[in-house]
Structures are given as C-alpha cells and as structure tokens.
Design a protein around this ligand. Structure first.
Ligand code: PMP
Length: 386
C-alpha cells in the first residue's frame, strides 16, 4: 500500500482515529458516489458527533432549527459566490437523484406545451433524459452521438435548433463515456439551456446567464448522495403550470426556500463544507478548473505517449476532465490492470459495462498525487505488457 502524505488539505490519505490508530484510505477512482476531500470528511465526522452551536449531531438537528438555517444559508451563499450565480437564478435543494430531473424538467417545462424540447445526446445519460422527456411532450434530438459510440461532442453554436423550442437540453459531462462539452461552448442565442451537470458541477466556472435550469446530483463533486442542486431562472420558474404534484414542481421548492418538506440535512451540510473547501483551500472555480486540467492532462498524456497501447475513448475536443476512459490492446488485460492497480491502492477503475476498458474518475477531490500514482502505474503496466 502507498504511504500517506499530507499535502495541505487537498490530499487523500490516512484518517487518524480517536484511539490513535490510522485507517487506510485508497485512491478511490469511483464514478460516484466518489472521493471527497479528506478535510471535509474529518469535519463531517466531527459534526456527526456534535454540531458546534447545536449540542447535537448534524444527524439529529431539526431542519427548522437555527443551526440548520445557518448551514442552508451558507450553502446557498457559497454556491452563489463560487459560481457567480446571477440574481435572477434561484438555488434549490432537491432529492430524487439526478435521474428525477430527466422527468421533472420536462414535466415542468414541456408538458402541455405546444413547443418541442430539443435534446443534444452525447452519452448514456442524455439518452435517458430523452426517453423520460418523450413521456411528457414533443422531443427532437438535434444531435446524437450514439451512432459513433458517444465519443465526440458537437459544436453547440453550429446546431440547428428551432428558436421556438421550449429549451435545449445538454449533459455537460457524460460520466460513462467520459466526454465533456468544452468550457464556454454555450451558444450565445437560441432557446435557454437545461443542463444535467451532475458530473462536472463545481469543477469549473459556468456562464449561468444562458441556463434556464441547471441541475446536478451531489455525489460526484458536491457531497454525498441524496441531494440534487438546481439553479433555475425566475422567468423559467414563471412558465411552470399550476397543478403539478407539489413535490415535483420546482416552484414549490422556490416558494418554500427548499423547506417545503424535510430536506437532506446531512447532505446539505457536507455540500456546505465542500463549498468552503473549494473557496478556502483551492481558491475558487478558476483554480479548481486549472487543477482539474493538470490532473486530466497527466492521464491523457499517458494515453497519447503509449504508442497505441492505451486507446482513449473520447476524441480530441471531447475529452472529459472528470472521467478518463480508455481501452487496453486486448480486453483480457483489463483484469490484470485492475488487479495490479488495486494492489497499488487504486480502486474502482473498471469501465462501465457499456463501454468496457478502464474509467478513471478524477473529480475535484482526487488529489494530484493519486493521479500521479495512476499514471506511474499505467506507464509501468504498459512496459510490462507490450
Ligand atoms: N446524470 C449523470 C451525468 C450522471 O453521471 C448520473 C449518475 N452517475 C445521473 C445522471 C443519475 O444520477 P442518480 O443516480 O443520482 O439518479
């Protein structure tokens, strides 16, 4: 097993127990739920024992208590600060996972409308979003990467999208295939965007002005599973018809400050701690993006300099900074790669069954040190097997 080093609050590493023993932490390349910052885990552990000011565990406090009110307010204000959320966007805390958004968005913004929902399908999650939207209204797929195995992304500004479409739906990062729309590629005109940003939320700045609705499941970059964050523009909220089930209407969450029913208190608390970590330890989203770029470059360079031993799934211009997907020369080597990596403390590298090969998920909280360890292993494995 690797040794554990402290690299200033942004490292994975050992966890000191109260009794002085140390628990082992592997490099966890899981696609989600995913690795969280060590510092956040330690703080969350403390808060499970006792939340300062409450005299009770974060798992025990009422969602109507002043302690939680402060947490909810700080989670929102930190998100607003980090993402430079415009005043006309509301920040909502939802449940039901990112998958519920595939239904909830068209239920609120397409059902009963004479307009068509336009969808860009760059991977498996976008495909799922289309299937759910079809149950709510008219859908047109304006770009589909399926026939080419979801290895590329379109230039959004060049797509033909009817101006009177209800919206244009994108998946900013396709977690399974490892393809990501480049930063800043949002078209400057046309219908407003709806984005499933589950797997690259908080990894880079986003020009939210163009987004009518952006949502993300928390369990990759933002915290534990059980929380979905949604940013919705006021004028989009105003379009939502009356009569939807209360729990499935964005308006309910907006009108009640996400406190219509009991929100996921613990997950919101951890999100708040993660936003503090990005702000105070990393220095904001520009820095986060830069760091993510450096980490991904290490792995893509390992692929590009492997003389064809490693074959990246995503084409140039579509490579994800979050999920790096690649194949070995022969599928029978996958098991040897995975077990060799595991023996070196690197876990959860198996590609999704629909793609095969290897997927390294290197979200915000994966330290550079973990990525360096994987790159070193890739180089060494190639030399041994080519
Ligand atoms: N969208 C994307 C981009 C995802 O990566 C995932 C989960 N991996 C989902 C949606 C579905 O998320 P959930 O399991 O929270 O419904």
């Amino acid at each position: 097993m690797r040794d554990h080093r402290d690299t200033g609050g942004v490292t994975d590493g050992s966890v000191a127990r109260e009794d002085g023993s140390v628990t082992e932490r592997v490099w966890n390349f899981s696609p989600g739920p995913a690795t969280l910052p060590q510092q956040v885990l330690e703080q969350a552990g403390e808060r499970v024992r006792s939340l300062p000011s409450a005299g009770a565990s974060i798992l025990e406090v009422s969602h109507r208590s002043s302690s939680f009110r402060a947490i909810l307010d700080e989670a929102e204000s930190n998100l607003r600060e980090l993402l430079e959320v415009p005043d006309e966007h509301r920040v909502l805390f939802l449940q039901g996972g990112a998958s519920l958004q595939f239904s909830m968005a068209p239920m609120n913004l397409l059902r009963g409308s004479a307009r068509t929902g336009a969808y860009v399908v760059t991977g498996s999650w976008g495909d799922k979003a289309v299937a759910e939207a079809r149950k709510e209204g008219d859908v047109v797929v304006v770009w589909d990467g399926g026939p080419s195995g979801y290895s590329s992304v379109p230039d959004l500004a060049q797509l033909e999208v009817a101006d009177d479409s209800a919206y244009l739906h994108i998946t900013s990062n396709e977690t399974i295939q490892g393809v990501e729309l480049p930063a800043g590629s949002e078209p400057s005109s046309g219908p407003f965007l709806i984005a499933d940003a589950s797997s690259d939320f908080l990894s880079r700045p986003i020009p939210l002005e163009r987004y009518g609705l952006l949502s993300a499941g928390a369990q990759k970059n933002a915290g534990p599973v059980g929380l979905t964050i949604a940013l919705i523009r006021e004028d989009v909220l105003a379009r939502i018809p009356e009569g939807l089930a209360s729990m499935l209407a964005y308006r309910t969450y907006a009108e009640h400050g996400s406190l219509y029913n009991t929100p996921p208190v613990f997950a919101i608390d951890v999100l708040m701690l993660v936003t503090r970590w990005i702000r105070d330890e990393i220095g904001g989203l520009d820095k986060m993006h830069e760091r993510n770029g450096e980490k991904a470059a290490l792995l893509y360079e390992g692929i590009d300099t492997s003389d064809g031993f490693y074959r990246g799934h995503a084409q140039a211009g579509a490579r994800s900074l979050m999920n790096v997907t690649f194949k070995l020369p022969d599928g029978t080597l996958d098991t040897a790669f995975l077990s060799g990596a595991a023996a070196n403390g690197m876990l959860e590298l198996k590609g999704h069954r629909s793609v095969g090969g290897i997927r390294a998920s290197i979200y915000n909280a994966m330290p550079l040190e973990g990525v360096r360890a994987l790159r070193a292993f890739m180089d060494e494995f190639r030399l041994r097997n080519s």
